[in-house]
Design a protein. Structure first.
Ligand code: BYC
Length: 332
């Protein structure tokens, strides 16, 4: 997407060591960095990359669940799912706005999503085959998102941190609505139990991949932790998620599709089996079951909405003109 690396941190942009040191001091003192503050180019670019990807994930993330709005099993379920998917649209909008404060436009970000240059979370390239998938997404996908996003509320960049506070409040409603669907199915008929177990079997490993590559393969982690964009490593958050989630599944009598999953008394956490990183990278690079459909649907939504954007711009221009015409009168 954007040229990435330690630009700025290694002085390649001509930023002086004194400037970089002073910036790091502000970070270390837990000061929030605001849009008009001087910042290293690498800091700005990595935030555009991460916030942009995060915004795209929210917007693309509306599609797998949107697929079930018309087929929700009751009015109550439909209303809750509709509200959840709308929240995700809202999260995408706050995040695009936060990224725009760093000097990138929403059009540029959208173009990069559509051309395949910008990433979005791998998890949204899996299909939602049954109603149980909707429960599992709320419980696990939103559960993983919360685990990742709570520390982002303390991110050093002010607009991102503030957006995350509201996002996390809404995510916790999403997680609970998901767990409640899962609970209902797990306590239902044998066919419902089987359906929810099957959904858990399909989603468990992809959800663990949401946290990103192993720390040893995570190219951005060290710098982003030094800049306090990230507060915990990918593996640390993945472990916290497994530890919090396994008892919730066991409580419902569900089993996790990992024969190596076992409580480790000594480390005070669960051991779990190896993640299939080949699958992760294949999906990230566009080879997942749903990658093509997701981008096709996003492009269609963008094109179908062109008239709304044009109308809004024309209206804004009319208001601007009216205000300009009225201004001299008001001044007299
Ligand atoms: N999928 O150096 P690393 C939601 C990429 S939506 C795809 O560890 P970093 C919801 C990574 O971007 C929640 N790509 O990177 C919505 C990098 O590639 P580039 C989405 C991934 O940034 C609707 C490369 O791999 N949450 O909650 O330090 C319904 C190396 O990785 C993934 C966010 O976006 C992945 N899973 O750490 C329901 C949270 N993982 O850019 C729910 C904000 C890694 O160099 N983002 N990559 O080409 C983050 O916290 C971090 O960006 C990550 C990765 C932890 C994801």
């Amino acid at each position: 997407m954007y040229a990435q690396g330690l630009i700025g941190a290694d002085g390649k942009t001509g930023e002086s060591p004194e400037f970089l040191e002073a910036f790091q001091k502000r970070i270390d003192a837990e000061e929030k960095i605001e849009p008009n503050d001087a910042m290293p180019e690498g800091y700005r670019k990595t935030l555009i990359r991460q916030i942009g990807q995060h915004a795209h994930s929210e917007i693309v993330g509306m599609l797998p669940e949107g697929n079930w709005i018309t087929r929700a099993p009751s009015l109550k379920r439909k209303a809750a799912l509709l509200a959840k998917v709308q929240d995700e649209g809202g999260h995408g909008l706050y995040l695009y706005s936060a990224a725009e404060t760093l000097g990138v436009s929403r059009e540029q970000m959208t173009e990069e999503l559509h051309s395949g240059k910008a990433k979005y979370s791998s998890i949204f390239n899996y299909p939602t085959l049954t109603w149980a998938d909707i429960g599992i997404i709320g419980w696990l996908v939103d559960g993983a998102a919360i685990m990742n996003q709570i520390p982002l509320c303390r991110c050093s960049y002010g607009p991102y941190a503030r957006a995350m506070i509201r996002v996390c409040k809404e995510e916790s409603f999403h997680q609970r609505q998901g767990y409640e669907i899962v609970m209902t199915l797990a306590q239902g008929t044998p066919a419902q139990r089987e359906m929810v177990q099957d959904a858990l079997n399909r989603w468990w490993w992809p959800v663990l991949m949401m946290f990103g590559p192993h720390d040893s393969d995570s190219q951005h982690s060290d710098q982003n932790m030094a800049w306090k964009i990230k507060r915990f490593s990918n593996d640390a958050l993945r472990q916290k998620f497994v530890d919090a989630t396994v008892p919730q599944g066991e409580y419902l009598g569900l089993t996790f599709p990992d024969p190596e999953l076992k409580w480790n008394e000594e480390k005070g956490g669960y051991d779990f089996g190896p993640i299939d990183w080949d699958e992760f990278w294949r999906v990230v690079k566009g080879g997942g079951v749903m990658n093509r459909d997701r981008i096709r649907d996003r492009k269609a939504a963008w094109e179908n909405g062109a008239w709304v954007r044009e109308a809004a711009l024309a209206h804004a221009e009319k208001r601007r003109q009216r205000a300009a015409e009225a201004a001299p009168i008001a001044a007299e």
